[in-house]
Design a protein around this ligand. Structure first.
Ligand SMILES: CC(C)(COP(=O)(O)OP(=O)(O)OC[C@H]1O[C@@H](n2cnc3c(N)ncnc32)[C@H](O)[C@@H]1OP(=O)(O)O)[C@@H](O)C(=O)NCCC(=O)NCCS
Length: 178
């Protein structure tokens, strides 16, 4: 099928060379309480962690995401897109990458916490089949906001997989993932 997309995005494993740029996006995305460089350095040496970067054709780092794999579960620890690159399907491309890796590694369930006011993120997760199964009261210490705890069902279930494959196919209209 011919590809007719707005642009290409290159997804790769995060390395220490990416951390400087990642932390800048992190600060925009999460404000005062963002992860420090040293947190990301630690994550690069965490055997349970996998981190990905999304870069444009001219090698500009515009988004990243990470997970911890624990037995058959993956916990999405972070995902953020540079503000001027939001709503261009890059967050979605990272979720697709994470899910592909989870399928390859026989991970069955994904989970995450999200601020209950974070509509963009909640809508993104819902689009990919996450639902809210509980709340952690006052989880975010900066403003005492509650966290929604979102989970997928078993991602190998037909319904989940079909939704994933349809979303991934549809994404090709907007963005070419390398
Ligand atoms: C959440 C975030 C990663 C989404 O990334 P993005 O690249 O802008 O989103 P995409 O363009 O891939 O959008 C995919 C879907 O997410 C949802 N979405 C994204 N932004 C949205 C918005 N502003 N309002 C409502 N829904 C939104 C939609 O369902 C969208 O699908 P659609 O285009 O078919 O409507 C981005 O807003 C971000 O970096 N936020 C700051 C960091 C953050 O809050 N991370 C999550 C912490 S839990």
């Amino acid at each position: 099928m011919p590809v007719n997309t707005d642009f290409q995005i290159f997804i790769s494993n995060m390395t220490v060379d990416d951390i400087e740029n990642v932390v800048q996006i992190e600060a925009d995305a999460y404000g005062q309480h963002h992860w420090s460089k040293s947190s990301f350095y630690d994550e690069m040496n965490n055997n349970l962690a996998r981190y990905y970067c999304a870069k444009t054709q001219n090698n500009k780092l515009v988004a990243y995401a990470g997970i911890w794999n624990i037995i058959d579960e993956a916990h999405i620890t972070t995902i953020a897109v540079k503000p001027e690159f939001m709503r261009k399907h890059i967050g979605e491309a990272l979720i697709v990458k994470i899910l592909e890796d989870c399928y390859n590694n026989k991970i069955k369930y994904l989970t995450l916490e999200v601020r209950e006011s974070n509509v963009p993120a909640i809508e993104l997760y819902k689009k990919y089949g996450f639902s809210s199964l509980g709340t952690r009261k006052g989880y975010y210490q900066d403003n005492n906001e509650n966290a929604l705890i979102m989970w997928t069902e078993n991602i190998f279930y037909e319904k989940f997989k079909t939704r994933f494959e349809q979303n991934r196919e549809n994404l090709k209209k907007f963005i070419e993932i390398k």
